[in-house]
Design a protein around this ligand. Structure first.
Ligand SMILES: NC(=O)c1ccc[n+]([C@@H]2O[C@H](COP(=O)([O-])OP(=O)(O)OC[C@H]3O[C@@H](n4cnc5c(N)ncnc54)[C@H](OP(=O)(O)O)[C@@H]3O)[C@@H](O)[C@H]2O)c1
Length: 337
């Protein structure tokens, strides 16, 4: 049972260190049955998770609707539910982030989630130009004033976008990729986020499953799993699949990491604990497709802190990934310990 909670920026919320990433229970990860999806979410809630991350496009609303159904039955503490908007735009261009479109996306998520007021809406990895359009953030302020959303934030691809976004005083949170293979956020961005009391949500913490240690060189994925169809960024940003690290390189790094995982601990829990070593992180949101994954991930919050020696060794085991990354090489450089 997790009991550690962290403040979520300046919202006044306290959230569990381990949240629940609800992409896989929506779609794009191969078949996940409705009953497995519900079990996974219930298991996370029972283990003490109080933060759920979803998006309007995950299974075209399936993820949001499953969350609504589960929370209707859930009798425990109400979790914070963060959703995202913007990716329904086709074409996905900065001009699409208009007041009218944002209001329509928010109304659809309110209906899907069955609430009057959304806890947190994040712009869903918008084109970089959006961060230079103050009117987008004014539109979000308007939705807060109208009582349709409590807070808003951004989900970003690049550290530079994160740094620009937090210049807007209304931005309550930033969601960013940060894991053993992607360490750059711990430099300037984490410092700035802490200074401005911005909540930091860490996504893709297991590098799409690689950092569980279960994947092999010859692992195969279903045709409707992004690890098959977005291997080289064919459908969306390559960073969202295996954190943008070439598969073979990452498999070698995982082999090196095995020696660092304490006995009685899974590599997944180790990888999540590594992320929680950063104080700037408010919540890490591993995805889970079933009850056992959700429970295993929730347990990571109970592990003791990692030693300085382990942190150092983990850094050197992953150095080859930073060098080989397909995803903005500058995003993967580690900070000095
Ligand atoms: N643009 C964005 O804003 C964006 C993009 C990506 C993700 N996200 C958010 O971040 C969340 C997390 O990222 P992610 O789901 O992409 O990747 P992730 O958390 O790195 O990996 C999740 C996958 O790893 C496997 N897994 C999870 N726990 C496991 C365990 N304990 N043991 C063995 N395997 C396990 C599962 O897939 P298999 O069992 O099939 O291997 C699961 O779907 C998402 O759910 C979503 O909420 C947001």
């Amino acid at each position: 049972m997790m009991d550690a909670a962290r403040p979520f920026g300046r919202t006044g919320w306290k959230v569990s260190e381990i949240g629940f990433g609800a992409w896989a229970i929506g779609g794009s990860w191969g078949e996940v049955s409705e009953s497995d999806a519900r079990d996974a979410l219930f298991a996370a809630l029972e283990a003490g998770t109080t933060f759920i991350d979803t998006a309007d496009v995950y299974g075209d609303g399936r993820s949001e609707r499953i969350i609504r159904e589960v929370l209707r039955e859930w009798r425990g503490p109400r979790p914070i539910v963060a959703t995202k908007a913007g990716r329904r735009l086709a074409p996905h261009v900065a001009e699409g982030y208009s007041r009218e479109n944002l209001a329509a996306f928010v109304d659809r998520s309110r209906a899907n989630l069955g609430v009057d007021t959304l806890d947190l809406v994040q712009l869903h990895c918008p084109p970089t130009g959006v961060y230079y359009r103050p009117e987008v953030f004014e539109a979000l302020d308007g939705l807060v004033a109208a009582g349709k959303i409590r807070h808003y934030g951004v989900s970003v691809e690049k550290v530079e976008e994160a740094l620009k976004a937090i210049e807007y005083p209304g931005v309550a949170s930033v969601q960013i990729i940060y894991n053993l293979f992607r360490q750059r956020p711990q430099e300037l961005f984490f410092r700035e986020a802490q200074a401005r009391q911005v909540g930091v949500i860490v996504r893709v913490p297991l590098a799409s499953g690689l950092l569980t240690g279960k994947l092999r060189r010859d692992s195969r994925f279903a045709a409707d799993d992004h690890r098959h169809f977005n291997r080289h960024g064919e459908a969306f940003d390559v960073g969202e699949t295996f954190a943008g690290v070439p598969y073979e390189v990452a498999i070698d790094a995982v082999e090196e990491l095995r020696a660092l995982v304490p006995r009685d601990t899974t590599m997944a829990a180790f990888a999540l604990r590594w992320i929680l070593m950063a104080d700037a992180v408010s919540v890490v949101i591993p995805g889970a497709k079933n009850r056992s994954q959700a429970l295993a991930n929730a347990m990571a919050g109970d592990l003791p802190p990692l030693s300085v020696e382990t942190m150092r060794a983990a850094r050197s085991s992953c150095a080859m990934c930073w060098a080989a990354s397909n995803h903005f090489p500058e995003c993967n450089r580690p900070a000095p310990l």
